[in-house]
Design a protein. Structure first.
Length: 78
C-alpha cells in the first residue's frame, strides 16, 4: 500500500488498526510505503509496535528544489 500523506494522523491510526485486524485474521507480508511523510506521520509510525521500519528511499534527486520530505519510508506489518 502506498500512502501520500492523504489524511490526519488520527485517521492514519484508524486505517492502521484496520490493516492490523486484516493481518491478524490472515497473516501475510504487508509493506506500507509513505511518500512525502510529515513529521507527525513519522512520529506516529515510529511508535507503532506492530510496524517495523524497513527502508528509506530518497526522491530528492527527482526534483530541482531540495526538500527533506522528498522520500519514501517503508514499513512492514509484524
Amino acid at each position: 500500500m502506498l500512502f501520500f500523506n492523504p489524511f490526519s494522523v488520527e485517521i492514519l491510526q484508524k486505517v492502521l488498526a484496520r490493516i492490523y485486524e486484516s493481518y491478524y485474521e490472515n497473516p501475510r507480508e504487508i509493506l506500507l510505503m509513505f511518500y512525502y511523510p510529515s513529521e507527525e506521520y513519522i512520529s506516529c509510525l515510529m511508535t507503532e509496535e506492530a510496524l517495523m521500519f524497513v527502508d528509506e528511499i530518497s526522491t530528492e534527486d527527482l526534483f530541482e528544489v531540495k526538500n527533506e520530505r522528498e522520500r519514501i519510508l517503508i514499513f512492514s506489518v509484524e
